[in-house]
Design a protein around this ligand. Structure first.
Ligand code: SF4
Length: 237
């Protein structure tokens, strides 16, 4: 009898030492032009542009969010690993050169025997999550696309575990079938970002409807306000 996600997630979660160095996890960093991360799929292109041209300062509140998220990742990954053994790889690295740009990613959980990818997202807003968001759908499809390019194996199922940040017993799980067209469209977005970075043309802002709240947490909000008169009025819609 196969063990279901719900049973794995209900297992005791304190399964070992928390290994990743907090310092490494939260150090300031800047993207390298030519390298694009699957996890940035669907994010505002202008924000990504600034992330490549500015060194991101990681403040204490963000560090705490990182730490909490990483802790949940580690515990969930440990349980899947324990249950699925050799059929499970955690932090599976992806890298491919596509049309002159490097695209990289790390799959949180890969279940080889059933060709399933599982990504983990921690959220303080679990109640309002009703399905896989558009940007997460893009990220998952990028994983499936790169995995297929690297191994020749087609992924059959893409899943996300949305884990409540503050209550380890609360989570929602959603699954979809891969759609290559979504990955191909995302690659075009990375290529467009790459062209903007090469030519130093700041892209227009493209926050998806429903994601306007991101602007209020974005460290570049004041720049957008300066560049686009009335930006803040437009974004409250
Ligand atoms: S403030 Fe909004 S539009 Fe401007 S860079 Fe940030 S996310 Fe993009």
């Amino acid at each position: 009898m196969s063990i279901k996600d719900e049973e794995i997630l209900a297992m005791p979660r304190m399964t070992g030492m928390f290994k990743t160095s907090f310092k490494e996890l939260t150090k300031s960093r800047k993207g390298k032009v030519g390298n694009y991360r699957c996890s940035a799929s669907g994010l505002c292109m202008r924000k990504q542009y600034f992330d490549y041209t500015n060194k991101i300062k990681v403040g204490r509140p963000t560090q705490n969010v990182f730490l909490l998220g990483h802790w949940h990742h580690y515990l969930i990954q440990s349980n899947y690993n324990k249950v699925h053994g050799d059929n499970c790889t955690i932090e599976y690295s992806l890298e491919s050169l596509i049309d002159g740009i490097h695209v990289t990613g790390h799959i949180d959980i890969l279940l080889h025997d059933i060709a399933r990818i599982i990504d983990i997202k921690t959220t303080s807003n679990l109640y309002n999550i009703k399905g896989i968001s558009e940007k997460h759908e893009k990220q998952l499809n990028m994983y499936a696309y790169l995995y297929h390019l690297m191994t020749g194996i087609k992924i059959k199922e893409l899943s996300i575990i949305y884990q409540d940040s503050y209550n380890e017993e609360k989570h929602k799980i959603y699954s979809i079938k891969p759609n290559e067209q979504i990955a191909l469209a995302q690659i075009e977005e990375f290529k467009s970002l790459h062209n903007s970075l090469e030519s130093r043309d700041v892209p227009v802002w493209n926050v998806a409807e429903g994601d306007e709240w991101m602007c209020y947490r974005c460290q570049y909000l004041s720049i957008c306000n300066e560049m686009d008169a009335g930006f803040e009025d437009v974004i409250i819609r």
